[in-house]
Write a protein that binds this ligand. Structure first.
Ligand SMILES: NC(=O)c1ccc[n+]([C@@H]2O[C@H](COP(=O)([O-])OP(=O)(O)OC[C@H]3O[C@@H](n4cnc5c(N)ncnc54)[C@H](O)[C@@H]3O)[C@@H](O)[C@H]2O)c1
Length: 271
């Protein structure tokens, strides 16, 4: 897919990976990118910077909490009024806070489902649209559960499971579904992570374990997102970790994990 002259909507595009993704899309010639984010002042600043660099009408900010059905639906409609030819949705907004787990499930999973369904309604060929691309931001915590953040890991599993299911309808909808799994990335999401864990998880354990994961700058993830939009086939799932080049992953069929129950019982007997 050529990004040149395409229109995109990026949730959580006011900061971190989302903002740099918007910037990359504009660098690749996107006609207009709409940022949907709840942080009003960051959103206004972000768009001011982007307009200065790329010109008027190339970036628009809509203040919106994606966990609110009413707000997200109304702002999606506004985005379509601004860019009737919406081609790309990046479901990027996310939080990491195990102490606020219900909100985290709402932002990281429910809003991804809602954004996807809204985009299918507007872009889907089955609804008279011209098709398009949806990219969902998952995480390596889906592929390798990070025990210290089990609820966050669960939300990202849900994002990937949903993406891999809904990709099967691309022929009907004309909408390609992509997913990216970034490794640890230097943004505010992971700062002071010890304080965002459940109370029975030792801060010491978190401080010891998490720094073992390689980190990367947000730019690397933003570049991989844009490359995935350009090159990924429907259902493509890429990992971007440790500032290395991205690679694709395929989730094996569960039968490949088969363990005969007798073997487990034998292990139990042997202690
Ligand atoms: N940083 C990492 O290590 C890492 C790793 C893997 C995946 N991710 C994922 O990447 C995505 C971007 O995260 P980031 O690291 O750039 O974090 P970030 O905190 O820098 O940016 C997240 C953005 O989402 C917005 N947001 C949060 N809740 C919102 C809501 N209810 N409505 C609208 N906007 C909302 C925030 O205002 C912010 O602008 C997230 O989905 C995150 O889970 C991050």
């Amino acid at each position: 897919m050529q990004i040149k002259d395409k229109c995109a909507l990026v949730t959580g595009g006011a900061n971190g990976i989302g903002f740099l993704c918007v910037k990359q899309l504009l660098e690749h010639g996107a006609k207009c990118v709409v940022i949907v984010d709840q942080e009003k002042s960051s959103g206004i600043d972000a768009v001011a910077k982007l307009i200065k660099e790329f010109g008027k009408d190339r970036a628009v900010f809509l203040a919106c909490d994606v966990t609110s059905e009413v707000e997200f639906t109304a702002n999606f409609k506004r985005a379509i009024e601004i860019c009737p030819e919406l081609d790309i949705l990046v479901n990027n907004a996310g939080i990491l806070n195990e102490k606020r787990w219900e909100l985290m499930i709402d932002v990281n999973y429910r809003a991804v489902v809602r954004g996807t369904l809204l985009a299918l309604d507007y872009m889907g060929k089955h609804k008279g649209g011209k098709g398009g691309t949806i990219l969902n931001v998952a995480s390596i915590t889906r592929l390798n559960t990070v025990e210290e953040i089990p609820i966050y890991s669960g939300t990202k599993s849900a994002v990937l499971g949903f993406s891999l299911g809904i990709k099967s309808f691309c022929e009907k909808t004309g909408v390609r579904i992509l997913a990216i799994c970034p490794g640890f990335t230097s943004t505010s999401l992971v700062s002071e992570i010890q304080k965002k864990c459940l109370d029975f998880i030792d801060e010491e354990r978190v401080s010891e374990t998490l720094p073992k994961y390689p980190t990367q700058p947000a730019e690397t993830v933003a570049e991989a997102i844009v490359e995935l939009i350009e090159k990924g086939e429907n259902g493509a799932t890429w990992v971007i970790e440790g500032n290395e080049p991205p690679y694709a992953v395929q989730i094996p069929h569960y039968s490949t994990f088969r363990i005969p129950i007798e073997t487990l019982l034998l292990h139990q007997c042997l202690g």
